[in-house]
Design a protein. Structure first.
Length: 209
């Protein structure tokens, strides 16, 4: 059974408060999204297995811990998820990057796929799906299913903000998935936006509002 992790680190919450502010510039917003993802990556990789190896320090041999051969992949949901990739790679530069392109039908609010490109060995990797907003949960649920269809069994979802409706949808459709969020907001409005939220993350990252 997957777990919902609400990350309450003071640095994370401080950066999130600036992210929400409508007066935050595109440049600063983009940088904050990346920094927040780095902090979230730190928490989401806490359970990676380690092995003991020996190295020579300048003083003496030492038994130390290294990650035990795990291969990782980060998969942003286009387009806003792109803003989180560099933050993840800051900590895990060897991770491969896939891309899933989805847009939300304005009438049904359901996701429509337009692009999917994943590493060939995706089934052998621990996969971290990233998207700033977990609103209706439709896009996240679809992205998880695409990756499962390629044989991946270890998948986590990292979103900066979530609505209760989105969390419920992902947990209903994929009860095995761990979800990491910086905050759970109040509800969705009639347009499928998270309230109070931070607006359209893609528009604010790319300056297209």
């Amino acid at each position: 059974m997957g777990t919902l992790h609400v990350l309450d680190h003071p640095l994370l919450q401080h950066k999130l408060s600036i992210l929400r502010d409508k007066n935050t510039s595109v440049k600063e917003f983009r940088e904050l999204v990346s920094e927040i993802c780095t902090l979230m990556c730190y928490e989401a990789t806490r359970d990676l297995p380690v092995e003991v190896v020996e190295v020579e320090t300048p003083v003496a041999p030492a038994k130390v811990k290294k990650i035990a051969g795990k291969k990782l992949a980060v998969v942003p949901i286009l387009r806003a998820g792109i803003g989180m990739v560099d933050g993840f790679l800051t900590l895990v530069p060897s991770a491969k990057v896939g891309h899933i392109g989805l847009y939300r039908d304005p009438d049904t609010l359901e996701p429509v796929e337009y692009y999917c490109k994943l590493p060939k060995d995706i089934s052998d990797r621990d996969v971290y799906i990233v998207d700033p907003m977990l609103a209706t949960g439709g896009s996240a649920t679809a992205a998880v299913q695409f990756i499962k269809n390629y044989g991946s069994k270890h998948i986590k979802l990292l979103c900066i903000l979530a609505a209760p409706e989105g969390i419920e949808r992902v947990r209903k459709d994929h009860p095995d998935i761990d979800i990491y969020v910086a905050a759970v907001d109040d509800h969705l409005n009639n347009h499928g936006y998270i309230v109070p939220g931070l607006g359209d993350a893609g528009d604010r990252i790319f300056g297209t509002k």
